[in-house]
Design a protein around this ligand. Structure first.
Ligand SMILES: Nc1ncnc2c1ncn2[C@@H]1O[C@H](COP(=O)(O)OP(=O)(O)OP(=O)(O)O)[C@@H](O)[C@H]1O
Length: 737
């Protein structure tokens, strides 16, 4: 849209209204000190309605909305009047200071309070009543960093650096940030705050030559992490890495980099951020994870075994069978004995082969041998751990919670602060990546007993590594694969067909049974309509919203999660005057919506992939602010949590979710498209994973030819890892705790 640029100007005033806000982009109205108001738009960080601010920018004439200020720079003026100082000190910007304390500070320091705090730090607050040393330090640091950061952002944004990346960098490097980034802007890429091409653009504006060794080193690191991320690899072969890096560096430039420059960069980076071993190049952290994980597995294997009496186990197994009214298969009994006798072992098997039943027996029998021992049950997702807890009756946690996930990264439990259980049972191991496996194993005491459970036919972990498969392939680790399928004995077509898919066979449907259907539709629009109709039909039949889940391989497109969620929200939870709504960007969250949490939030006790229903949208008072805040309240299967505006970006509508996200959970009714338009995703393990999420009804909609293509496509991307050979190799106990 054409807009006429008028002139650059500076305006000072108070944010009167926020019209639109997404991430750090804001459209709002500034009430100037002159009494005139002006609409503005731009990137403003940590600014809220009511804040005092100076805006610098271009006034433009928008054809529809009239005169506006396009913000180029913003600055928070140092407040000088008593009321403004109190407002500022008690705003959410300053940590540790409420309104009462803010008043006391102004009473003591007067109208120069902010200046004094900036100049003298925490000592300026020494004699303020009720503010101890610790609080004084928190307040002083908060005040200082607001203004220091403001200057650094203004300085560095001249080179095209985004304020948000500067802020994150500043959080780590503090006052040195500007100097460091002016010397080497590629640090932003090393810290993963921007991509290499973005850092390259910034460097170009700063006049840094294309042959700079900062650039070459940064590109080696970026290429390595990109290749590992894309394929789930733990390493890349040296030759491939160099060729790829050379291509990226010499794209669109006449200043050519030579192969020898890259060889030098690899040499310089070695031991710092990468490890080279037998012409394989690892990001340093991946090498570390593989190395320590394999050493820990060997250490546990080499610890003296504490076996149990076979006769007693047989008696206990008989008692378990009697109680459950089932006869365990021989392989199930072997699995029980393996887990009881071996220090570390693996139990695998496809859907419905009785893995959970074996876990129940193990729990019961182990407790009879060791009544005082602590057993830990865990799984990668909230949903998987809840399912495990429900079926075993034993407390189960997410792996993150077991380790004590700290907001901002890291765990409470590690090799210095070990966990204190005797037996660790970890389910859904196919989803657990290399880093998490390392963190779990390292936090276990040396004498631990470990049982890893999973189905290798499911999708592998999202992040690098193929730990379950690698451990199974290491001959040293005892393992049992359950083959007999029990769930089909109960007449389920879903499990029978899922296991057919797994073996590369076509599905067979019996019209007399009503748990699985395939609806033929050739076009995406027809598939979308059929998904909506099926969902509505289940609702009309009285099924709860939380019992129905649409699973799709992709996010984009007509039958991707974005569009399906919009349409499903429209028909399943349409707007009414009684339903409150919250707007986040273009997305509407409505009372009654089904939503998913997309990041781990251990403080709230909810995890990436947890699904809940919005039970309230409205304003709530909060401890750290004098103004009521907009809050969405969600019921995650009994756990009720409040989400402030800044946390809404962590929420997605969850009428439809991707098959990847659905792993580790199940739903009574699953509806899933199978379409040729998802060609790149049509793989056997994806279809199998989606099908096995359905507990009692599975509706597949699309082309049977697409389904058969997927069944025939067992071309699973090979992940380059060296965990198996490390476990099988000699133990290297040097430097290992
Ligand atoms: N030996 C057995 N005899 C009869 N029924 C069994 C036997 N073992 C398991 N089952 C039953 O088979 C069904 C599937 O078992 P279970 O849930 O233990 O399998 P699973 O491998 O954990 O499945 P999934 O991976 O799909 O959750 C359950 O209803 C269980 O009670």
């Amino acid at each position: 849209m054409d807009v006429a640029i008028k002139e650059i100007c500076e305006l000072q005033g108070k944010i009167e209204k926020v019209i639109f806000q997404k991430d750090n982009f804001m459209i709002g109205v500034l009430m100037q000190e002159t009494g005139e108001s002006m609409t503005f738009k731009g990137t403003l960080i940590g600014i809220e309605k009511g804040d005092e601010i100076i805006l610098q920018g271009k006034t433009i004439q928008h054809p529809k909305f009239g005169q506006q200020l396009e913000v180029l720079k913003w600055e928070r003026p140092i407040p000088k009047t008593r009321d403004k100082i109190i407002d500022y000190l008690s705003s959410s910007f300053i940590k540790g200071c409420g309104e009462k304390q803010a008043k006391k500070i102004v009473d003591k320091l007067g109208e120069n309070a902010i200046q004094l705090i900036m100049e003298q730090g925490e000592s300026s607050l020494k004699y303020v009543n009720g503010i101890g040393d610790k609080k004084a330090l928190t307040i002083a640091n908060s005040v200082k960093s607001t203004y220091e950061l403001q200057e650094i952002v203004a300085d560095l944004s001249n080179y095209g650096m985004e304020p948000l990346s500067i802020i994150k960098y500043y959080e780590k490097y503090g006052s040195d940030s500007a100097d460091r980034l002016k010397r080497n802007p590629y640090e932003l890429s090393r810290e993963q705050l921007v991509t290499f091409p973005e850092a390259d653009n910034i460097a170009e504006r700063m006049g840094i030559p294309k042959t700079s060794f900062f650039r070459i080193e940064s590109c080696v690191e970026f290429t390595l992490s990109q290749l590992c991320f894309k394929h789930g690899h733990c390493f890349v072969y040296e030759g491939e890495l160099m060729d790829y890096t050379l291509k990226v560096l010499n794209q669109n430039t006449n200043e050519k980099v030579e192969l020898v420059d890259i060889q030098n960069a690899v040499f310089n980076l070695e031991e710092h951020s990468i490890i080279v071993e037998n012409q394989r190049v690892y990001p340093k952290e991946f090498f570390t994870y593989e190395y320590y994980l394999s050493e820990k597995v060997k250490q546990i294997l080499n610890t003296k075994k504490k076996t149990v009496k076979e006769k007693k186990v047989d008696t206990y197994i008989k008692e378990f069978q009697l109680k459950r009214g089932i006869t365990l298969a021989e392989e199930q009994k072997k699995a029980i004995k393996m887990a009881l006798n071996e220090n570390i072992s693996v139990l695998t098997g496809s859907a419905g082969t009785g893995k959970t039943t074996v876990v129940e027996a193990i729990l019961e029998i182990y407790q009879r041998f060791h009544p005082k021992h602590e057993i830990s049950l865990s799984a990668p997702t909230g949903r998987a751990s809840r399912k495990l807890e429900e079926s075993t009756g034993h407390t189960a946690k997410t792996n993150h919670r077991l380790l004590g996930y700290k907001q901002g990264g890291g765990f409470d439990h590690d090799h210095n602060n070990k966990l204190d259980h005797h037996f660790y049972i970890i389910d859904e191991m196919s989803m657990v990546d290399l880093q998490m496996s390392y963190s779990l194993l390292r936090a276990m005491p040396r004498q631990s007993k470990v049982l890893l459970i999973g189905d290798i036919h499911q999708l592998p972990s999202v992040n690098a590594g193929n730990v379950l498969k690698d451990i199974i392939e290491a001959n040293a680790v005892p393992r049992i694969q359950l083959e007999e399928i029990f769930r089909q004995a109960q007449g389920s077509q879903i499990i029978t067909n899922a296991n057919k898919v797994n073996k590369g066979q076509s599905i067979e449907l019996d019209a007399a049974k009503n748990d699985m259907y395939f609806i033929n539709k050739s076009e995406e629009s027809g598939i979308q309509d059929a998904i909506i109709k099926s969902t509505q039909r289940f609702r009309e039949l009285g099924h709860d919203l939380s019992d129905i889940l649409v699973l799709t391989p992709m996010k984009k497109g007509r039958i991707g999660t974005y569009e399906l969620n919009e349409r499903l929200q429209e028909v399943l939870n349409p707007p009414t005057p009684a339903k409150t709504e919250a707007l986040h960007g273009k997305r509407v969250f409505r009372l009654g919506d089904k939503v998913m949490q997309t990041v781990n939030d251990p403080d709230k006790g909810i995890y990436n992939g947890d699904i809940g229903i919005i039970t309230k949208i409205g304003k709530e008072n909060s401890e750290d602010s004098t103004r009521p805040k907009d809050v969405i309240t969600i019921n995650f299967q009994g756990k009720v949590t409040s989400h402030e505006k800044s946390e809404w970006k962590q929420l997605d509508l969850a009428y439809a979710i991707t098959i990847h996200k659905s792993q580790g959970g199940q739903s009574p009714i699953v509806i899933t498209p199978v379409s040729k338009s998802h060609y790149t995703m049509l793989k056997r393990n994806l279809i199998y994973t989606g099908m096995t999420r359905a507990e009692s009804k599975l509706i597949m909609i699309g082309q049977i030819s697409a389904l058969n293509y997927a069944i025939g496509n067992n071309d699973i991307m090979f992940r380059q890892t060296t965990l198996t050979e490390r476990i099988e190799g000699d133990t290297d106990m040097v430097n290992f705790r």
